[in-house]
Ligand binder design. Structure first.
Ligand code: PLP
Length: 480
């Protein structure tokens, strides 16, 4: 494809994308296909000869699209939002065209410097502690874009493990680093995302998964007791992963209680995972939900969830960048450059060497919407979640199970787990609406998350009608 053909096909693709998004509402939310469906439709070998573009696009329509789950559909209410917006798509397009691999400052100075600036912009808008902002005077920390919240948790746990080993080595310098691993213990609550467990698996450290209170919040007393018990057994607490906005029910750990306990320990790193909810803290009225953030050593949030930015864009800030990079630095000659000592090299802040120019799309989003536009978007989702909650509460067959603070409502049909499983299966099989289940307060619940950028009250009301009508149908079959 030469530049002239790209000019034509590129414009056609923009038209295709506009038509796709404009007609989404008329499609099923989820595909009606069985595993292996595509294998029957696409040859087992790559084509030997070039193919016509029109034929490829015909296959997109006839073979690929029928197997797509439409995350941007107005009736998609599963998981958390998958950030998407036109400015972000355009930012990614430009990033793809530039095609740089910004692992060091020298590998593309603008790629590194824009990332630092945009991370400062967002960190300030969220209200993170001054130390987390790279360009603040005397700041020791800074922000970096990672691919996922899972990676943010993994690298912070790795940095914490490194610090803890250094601490333990002070009195045992002759021992190998790995000999300290059996002593280390990390903590999170049952409400924490499973990526914390995965990080501990990868890093070969013990993880204690603690009970949350009735509101899904990890409390100080629970952590204190666990730390005391572990210390009595000769273990060394080194990492506490807290959650603001848990995946199951959007609950919030109590940082004001947990923070001082972590700080009273010689080497405990306090991480705050706000993968979804963290974005909402750009709204002044929601900042109380992160009370205690001043105790944190690191914080992550995903604009690719709830800030209209396409995957991947997971933002991590640390209080002390040296503690992060010292766990990850390797310095082969071919990656060194003349400004290695003065400039940021983001390859030391994460696992991959290669990095896309991800800050472009976030920069486009922040500029095109402005903080006020993004606040309006977040507030609209919260208002709609509250509206959905009120619809559920009016129907005495149902109950709401979580404290609805942001865009997630957890609800269930009164009755046994089986009836809720059947209800959800019926609704999802219809293709009219998509939601997922979870366990909250030991009950099987259905999660309804507001995700569409342009979601309106009629959208939520239509979703509720599908749910209520399905419940009526289900209860009628049970009565027979
Ligand atoms: N943390 C929380 C609170 C989440 O809700 C999720 C995913 O939904 C994750 C971490 C994992 O996110 P990622 O897919 O970016 O690794």
């Amino acid at each position: 494809m030469d530049v002239e053909e790209f000019r034509v096909r590129g414009k056609e693709m923009v038209d295709y994308i506009c038509a796709y998004l404009a007609t989404l509402h008329s499609k099923r939310v989820t595909p009606n296909v069985e595993p292996g469906y595509l294998k029957e439709l696409i040859p087992a070998e790559a084509p030997q000869e070039p193919e016509e573009w029109d034929n490829i696009m015909d296959d997109v329509d006839s073979k690929i699209m029928p197997g797509v789950t439409h995350w941007q559909h107005p009736r998609f209410h599963a998981y958390f939002p998958s950030g998407n917006s036109f400015p972000s798509i355009l930012g990614d397009m430009l990033s793809d065209a530039i095609g740089c691999i910004g692992f060091s400052w020298a590998a593309s100075p603008a790629c590194t410097e824009l990332e630092t600036i945009v991370m400062d912009w967002l960190g300030k808008a969220i209200g993170l502690p001054a130390d987390f902002i790279t360009h603040n005077r005397h700041s020791t920390g800074g922000g970096v874009i990672q691919s996922s919240a899972s990676e943010c948790v993994l690298v912070t746990m790795l940095a914490a493990r490194n610090q803890a080993i250094k601490y333990l080595k002070q009195n045992n310098s002759y021992l190998d680093d790995s000999s300290f691993l059996p002593k280390l213990v990390a903590y999170c609550s049952k409400e924490a995302h499973s990526c914390v467990e995965k990080a501990a698996l990868i890093l070969l450290v013990r993880l204690k998964i603690l009970d949350a209170d009735d509101n899904g919040s990890l409390r100080g007393d629970t952590l204190k007791k666990a730390i005391e018990e572990d210390e009595a057994m000769g273990l060394t607490p080194f990492f506490v992963s807290t959650t603001l906005g848990s995946t199951s029910c959007c609950s919030f750990d109590n940082l004001q209680e947990l923070g001082p306990i972590c700080k009273s320990q010689p080497c405990v790193w306090l991480h705050v995972d706000g993968a979804y909810a963290g974005n909402a803290f750009i709204c002044p009225e929601l900042k109380p939900l992160m009370a205690g953030i001043e105790y944190a050593d690191s914080f992550n949030t995903n604009p690719n969830k709830w800030l209209l930015t396409n995957f991947d864009c997971s933002c991590l800030w640390v209080r002390c960048r040296k503690k992060l990079t010292s766990a990850l630095i390797v310095e082969p000659l071919y990656l060194q450059h003349a400004n290695s000592n003065d400039a940021i090299d983001y390859r030391h802040w994460g696992i991959p060497l290669s990095r896309r120019f991800r800050s472009l799309k976030l920069w486009f989003v922040l500029r095109k919407y402005g903080i006020s536009g993004l606040q309006k978007y977040i507030r609209n989702h919260i208002r709609l979640a509250k509206h959905f909650e009120s619809l559920v509460l009016k129907d005495r067959r149902f109950e709401v199970v979580n404290d609805v603070k942001l865009g997630l409502v957890c609800f269930r049909l009164l009755g046994p787990e089986s009836i809720n499983r059947t209800l959800l299966a019926m609704i999802n099989a219809s293709g009219k609406l998509h939601m997922i289940p979870s366990m909250v307060k030991s009950k099987y619940i259905i999660r309804f998350c507001v995700v569409n950028e342009y979601a309106t009250e009629p959208d939520v009301e239509q979703a509720w009608k599908i749910i209520a009508d399905s419940a009526t149908d289900l209860l009628a079959t049970l009565d027979k």
